[in-house]
Design a protein around this ligand. Sequence first.
Ligand code: AP5
Ligand code: ZN
Length: 226
Amino acid sequence: GPVILFGPPGAGKGTQSKRLVQALGVPQISTGDILRENVAQETGWGKQAKAAMESGQLVSDFIVCAMVAERLGKPDTSRGCILDGFPRTVAQAEWLDKLLTGKLFESTRVSLASNLPPVVISIKVDYNQLLQRLTGRRSCPSCGTIYNVYSKPPKVEGICDLEGSKLVMRQDDREEVIAGRLKAYEQQTLPLEKYYRAQGRLFEINGDAPVEKITEEMLSLIEHGN
Ligand code: AP5
Ligand code: ZN
């Protein structure tokens, strides 16, 4: 079934998603990436989401769910997918449950019919570590590789190892915005753990371990959880 990567900003959802895509051959669906793309292209959704994203608040459930519905409707999700950063509110989780059980759109149920309920992996990292990860993150606008000036620097400072593009810092990785993002996580997203724990679908993982070790643990959880 779909794998939900759950965790605070900077926990490593994006980093691990890219590795799981390689290992499992299913697509990554990152609501953050889809939103940033919409903002950059100034679409209707992007214009509505921009202010919330810049201030570190969550975008409305309505917009985010509409984007996910559209993305899940594409044929490449029929064998599963990695949901990165979705759901993040109880309302989004309830919506997803309805979608997966065919209570929203018949066609989506058909394409995901072979899948079992989601496996939810909660990545645990302590607060100070999160701050350092977010302020140190740099990413490649061409290939999407995620670096960190502290833990995973590129070979040449500020330049992607793969094709030499100039690395960028995310707008919302400024210190003033980070605090707001972490607060939104605690208040609106953390309650979701309880929701999935009650369904027996929640697995917790220590996100302070080396990247490779976390991927291995996730793969074995996914194998057994499915
Ligand atoms: P989104 O893009 O989802 O951001 P986020 O949740 O804040 O998560 P990040 O991307 O910051 O962190 P990550 O966990 O992916 O960490 P990464 O792998 O990069 O959302 C952005 C905004 O969009 C939200 O604020 C909201 O406005 C909106 N939004 C998105 N989804 C929404 C939804 N469902 N509902 C409403 N609004 C929504 O790693 C971070 C750094 O740490 C990197 O530098 C990496 O190299 C390093 N690192 C990773 N793993 C390790 C490790 N094991 N050891 C050492 N360093 C590590
Ligand atoms: Zn690159």
